[in-house]
Design a protein around this ligand. Structure first.
Ligand code: PEP
Length: 256
């Protein structure tokens, strides 16, 4: 199965020189290995999006790395100060967009309704939404929480729209910057992946449910990446902190 590695750089690195350094390390590694049918997506902060796009167009990284954004404006037609529209992203060569990241949901108050609308806007611009879902706490009710979050996040979308999304299961407690963080373990990740797939396939009656792609994110490092990447039911990983550490990121890439 084709695997995805999605790098979410968040608000890093501090300078373009460092960003170039990460991409240079990725490029050197990719040039040293045969091309495989995997997808590597880099989602830099908006300020570096255009420059990363140019690098992808003009170097050997093109064709091996795809450009992703970390967010998208709710709609095209309204004046929305500070936001970046789907059309703007498209013009920069962006192919994927992270939607509903837990930091936006929980720290910035982004609701399921907003996430739902952003998925539609992304799809209208032929961008693949990487839709983040995941429980805040691992308590007795987390499975119900997950099902209701999926219901609200994807509610009203068609089966065709839902099947065009990548879903990133990111339990909030497992994100590396959160207090007392710990990565999920592969067995429990698989359980959540099955809940997600069963819910989506059942509710939208997806004919080709096996093609639904679910990634895992939360404290993935070079040490544990293979535990997740080797799971057949998981389509890949979304990597935050470790994706801006060039040595570590290249070690993760070696695992697919
Ligand atoms: C993220 O925030 O999307 C993420 C996966 O972060 P980290 O890998 O640092 O836990």
């Amino acid at each position: 199965m084709k695997k995805y590695i999605v790098a979410n750089w968040k608000m890093h690195p501090d300078s373009w020189a460092e960003a170039e350094g990460i991409l240079d390390a990725v490029s050197q590694y990719l040039e040293s290995v045969p091309e495989k049918d995997n997808s590597l997506v880099v989602c830099p902060p908006f300020v570096f999006l255009e420059e990363v796009g140019k690098l992808l167009n003009t170097t050997s990284l093109g064709g091996r790395v795809e450009l992703g954004a970390q967010d998208i404006a709710l709609t095209e037609s309204t004046a929305l100060t500070g936001e970046i529209s789907g059309a703007m992203l498209q013009k920069l060569g962006v192919r994927h967009v992270i939607v509903g990241h837990s930091e936006r949901r929980w720290k910035l108050g982004e609701s399921d309704i907003v996430v739902n609308q952003k998925i539609e806007t992304a799809l209208e611009h032929e961008l693949t939404p990487i839709v983040c879902v995941g429980e805040k706490e691992r308590d007795d009710h987390y499975k119900e929480f997950l099902a209701s979050q999926l219901d609200a996040t994807f509610g009203g979308l068609s089966a065709d729209q839902v099947s065009k999304c990548l879903i990133a299961y990111e339990p909030v407690w497992a994100i590396s910057t959160n207090p007392n963080t710990r990565p999920d373990n592969p067995e429990s990740t698989l359980e959540s992946v099955r809940i997600i797939k069963d819910f989506i396939i059942g509710k939208w009656k997806l004919e080709n449910g096996n093609s639904l792609k679910v990634l895992y994110g939360g404290s993935v490092t070079s040490k544990n990446a293979n535990d997740f990447l080797s799971l057949d039911e998981l389509a890949g990983v979304l990597v935050g902190g470790a994706s801006v550490d060039k040595e570590q990121f290249v070690e993760i890439l070696k695992q697919i």
